[in-house]
Write a protein that binds this ligand. Structure first.
Ligand code: ATP
Length: 432
């Protein structure tokens, strides 16, 4: 299944290997013309749901590189680590907590003579490995060491005071952000699932410290986030929560749960909901003053932290359908790269071309629309099905007489005749 998705993603311009012409670069991916549309749609839907549909959430867009003091205070320089083991035979390094991968690797050294004399195991003792990606800045040597952010979260905390002072927000309120994060992952893999550069979409929700309230807020966001994925078409049977065991919990969290999807490679996290308590604002020495009561305190934070790339991967996997020879992506139209594809029946008939071009230009004003005049109609449907385009509009000879077109539906493959001037309304009604 992952091979089918990876190959479709490349064939149809969703996702390419990063630096493809040089053989790729492990853990980095480039989004193509269809991919960037879909990714932008996911981010747009997230922002609408998490910011515009809320009364007390504002957005920010913080810098990727921050003063290194931030990462010291946030605990990332010490504690943002994964356990790493090295194979004593071939010196490859792996995440120590990924038992399946370790077992697979052990099979490559089945032969006892591979092992150094007197050694019972191929594995050296596990070490902790820091995931922060270092960057060197400045013009004088030694250059100043800083980091590409390992999570976008800290941008919301260091701007907490700026946001409170510059807007009218009052606790409880949230700061939302979408942006790139970087992790020097030990074993990138499973296509874009574990990358070294990826995008996160996060809400940091600030509340007055209170055990009961914070538990309720935590449960509220769990439910809300699951509903978001479901509303965009993810099969609810393939979603579950997995609470973090106390010994696996991130250094900043009081408690945490992962929203998981049943991927072809097993149940996997695509979003974390974390109770960060006062860990971050406390470490940055930031407080909130209630102007009505004069009370001053360090707010607690409930965080929802999802990956844009993982969401997109799971939306693609979940939407993949095979129906005989037909392959189509049953994507929710809201996140499909294009809503409509417009075709002239024949590319060498100027009348058809001109009419189709007019429809294309007109629809483009309000929708994301693509154009295709290659090959025959069957091939064009085939391509648009694989891209997940919900509707295809064909301009034929009848169109020239009656100003109507054929609209073909992706999921049912049925066709209806619609008047050209009714097309925008027809699509808007179906988009909701
Ligand atoms: P994992 O346990 O898989 O390493 P995590 O628990 O470290 O993930 P968080 O720190 O909670 O992840 O990050 C929040 C979200 O950011 C994740 O749910 C995921 O969607 C995304 N994310 C984290 N690491 C990566 C990565 N290497 N590649 C792609 N997305 C990632």
């Amino acid at each position: 299944m992952m091979e089918k998705i990876t190959s479709l993603a490349k064939r149809r311009g969703f996702i390419f290997q990063g630096s493809d012409i040089y053989g790729g670069y492990q853990g980095f991916w480039d989004y193509g013309p269809a991919g960037v549309e879909m990714k932008n749609n996911i981010k747009k839907e997230w922002w609408k749901y998490m910011v515009y549909d809320q009364e007390n959430v504002v957005g920010i867009d913080a810098a990727i590189v921050m003063n290194p003091i931030v990462w010291d205070k946030s605990g990332h320089l010490k504690a943002f680590t994964d356990p790493l083991v090295e194979c004593k035979v071939c010196h490859k390094r792996f995440r120590a907590d990924n038992e399946d991968i370790l077992r697979e690797h052990e099979k490559t050294h089945k032969d006892e003579k591979d092992l150094p004399a007197g050694e019972a195991s191929i594995w050296a003792e596990a070490k902790t490995f820091n995931l922060m990606t270092e960057v060197l800045l400045g013009t004088t040597e030694p250059k100043e060491k800083s980091y590409l952010r390992g999570e976008i979260t800290q941008g919301a905390f260091v701007n907490f005071k700026n946001v409170v002072d510059s807007t009218r927000v009052k606790i409880p309120f949230g700061i939302a952000q979408i942006g790139k994060a970087f992790r020097n992952e030990i074993t990138p893999g499973n296509f874009t699932f574990r990358s070294r550069e990826f995008e996160q979409m996060e809400l940091e929700y600030f509340i007055k410290p209170d055990e009961k309230d914070s538990k309720e807020t935590f449960e509220y966001f769990k439910d809300m986030r699951k509903k978001w994925y479901e509303s965009l078409g993810i099969n609810p049977k393939k979603l579950r929560f997995h609470d973090h065991e106390p010994d696996k919990i991130a250094h900043y969290a009081r408690y945490a749960t992962d929203l998981e999807y049943e991927a072809p490679f097993g149940w996997s996290e695509f979003e974390g909901i974390h109770h960060r308590g006062d860990y971050d604002l406390g470490n940055h020495g930031l407080k909130y003053k209630d102007n009505m009561t004069g009370e001053e305190y360090t707010p607690w934070v409930i965080e929802t932290s999802g990956g844009v790339d993982r969401a997109m991967l799971f939306f693609l996997v979940d939407a993949y359908r095979e129906d005989g020879d037909r392959v189509y992506l049953k994507l929710n139209p809201k996140i499909a790269p294009y809503k409509v594809a417009v075709f002239p029946l024949l590319a060498n008939k100027p009348d058809l071309l001109a009419k189709a071009r007019d429809i294309y230009k007109d629809l483009k004003r309000s929708l994301s629309v693509t154009w295709d005049d290659r090959g025959n109609i069957g091939k064009r449907y085939f391509a648009q099905d694989e891209i997940g385009t919900p509707w295809c509009v064909t301009v034929d000879f009848e169109t020239l007489n009656d100003n109507s077109v054929t609209v073909r539906d992706r999921d049912s493959a049925t066709q209806v005749r619609i008047a050209i001037d009714k097309l925008p309304e027809y699509f808007q009604n179906r988009l909701g």
